[in-house]
Ligand binder design. Structure first.
Ligand SMILES: NC(=O)c1ccc[n+]([C@@H]2O[C@H](COP(=O)([O-])OP(=O)(O)OC[C@H]3O[C@@H](n4cnc5c(N)ncnc54)[C@H](O)[C@@H]3O)[C@@H](O)[C@H]2O)c1
Length: 298
């Protein structure tokens, strides 16, 4: 079974070290984020685990410290469904940290029943895209000062089925759990393109990725038969450790140093859809995101 899984993982390994580097990972207490945090802690980084649930974060941190032998792992509260929490988190980072060399926008939710964030955004778009958009905006000056630096955005192949509904971005006229997830993941890929353009020449590079189909807690909102189907397909899916590999690749691979704005899967460049390469839509999404968040980011 293990070899079948490895077949889908892409071959990549690196002994790159991250001593003296600081990494922030959102949603680092479970799944792909936790395994990414564990790996980067083993490489010697200062790892800031940005998590919503502090009890789960504390337990994950303990495990990672024990496993990696790296004491420089900290937890900090971040709820991406609340712009106040995002601003408080960013304020703390800007005050306390002298550098952020790698930001990994990993946290996500999938196919939840209709609900809104504290600020009134549809939950999947709000958490997966807008929350990370605001977080990146608030940290960007510090990240630029820390260059060479990288921003890694965990998207999904689900972006392929997405469209940006400019006329109903919060799905108020009609809500489809899967469409809303796909929209948010397309937004992740478009954001990566736009951000990379704006950061040209700053020494900060940006990557988006599909981690694979990974056995994690992400599937919790699926119907029972769908969850059963995911369990049955286990041999053809990835473990969280395997699912973390493309995030780690984008965060540390020396060969990506000069690349920016691309989309990756199985630790290699991958093709994204035409909709995900639409620069006009990327610009419209950028402007809409700024407007919704009440920020100015040229
Ligand atoms: N699992 C898969 O098959 C798969 C496939 C494609 C893409 N992805 C993407 O990978 C990323 C990680 O997912 P995973 O599979 O590890 O799922 P997971 O559910 O195990 O982990 C998601 C993390 O995000 C955090 N999170 C959710 N809402 C949050 C909020 N409001 N504020 C802060 N943190 C919040 C959760 O607490 C958790 O730590 C997601 O962006 C997901 O869209 C996963």
């Amino acid at each position: 079974m293990h070899s079948i899984r490895n077949f889908f993982c892409g071959q990549w390994s690196s002994s790159a070290r991250l001593d003296e580097k600081t990494v922030i990972i959102t949603g680092a207490n479970t799944g792909i984020g936790k395994e990414t945090a564990r790996d980067l802690a083993k490489r010697g980084a200062r790892v800031i685990m940005a998590c919503r649930d502090m009890a789960k974060a504390e337990a994950a941190k303990k495990e990672i410290v024990q496993d990696s032998g790296n004491q420089n792992v900290v937890i900090s509260r971040l709820d991406l469904s609340d712009t106040k929490s995002i601003r408080e988190f960013a304020e703390l980072i800007n005050k306390e940290e002298k550098q952020v060399n790698i930001l990994i926008n990993n946290a996500g939710i999938m196919m939840c029943p209709y609900s809104k964030t504290v600020d009134g955004f549809e939950m999947q778009f709000g958490v997966n895209h807008l929350g990370h958009f605001l977080l990146t905006f608030l940290l960007i000056d510090l990240i630029k000062r820390s260059a060479p630096a990288r921003i890694v955005i965990v998207a999904s192949v689900a972006h392929s089925w997405g469209s940006i509904r400019l006329d109903d971005i919060n799905s108020e006229k009609s809500y489809d759990t899967a469409k809303a997830y796909c929209q948010s993941k397309l937004a992740n890929v478009l954001f990566t393109r736009s951000l990379a353009k704006r950061l040209q020449g700053t020494g900060v590079t940006v990557y988006s990725l599909h981690p694979g189909v990974v056995q994690s807690e992400l599937w919790r909102n699926l119907s029972t038969p769908m969850q059963m189907a995911v369990k049955v397909s286990r041999p053809f899916t990835k473990t969280s450790v395997q699912g973390a590999q493309t995030s780690i690749y984008c965060a540390v691979a020396p060969q990506l140093e000069k690349e920016s704005g691309g989309y990756y899967s199985d630790c290699a460049p991958a093709r994204c859809t035409r909709a995900a390469s639409d620069d006009e839509m990327a610009q419209k999404l950028w402007e809409l995101s700024c407007q919704m968040l009440g920020i100015t980011w040229e």
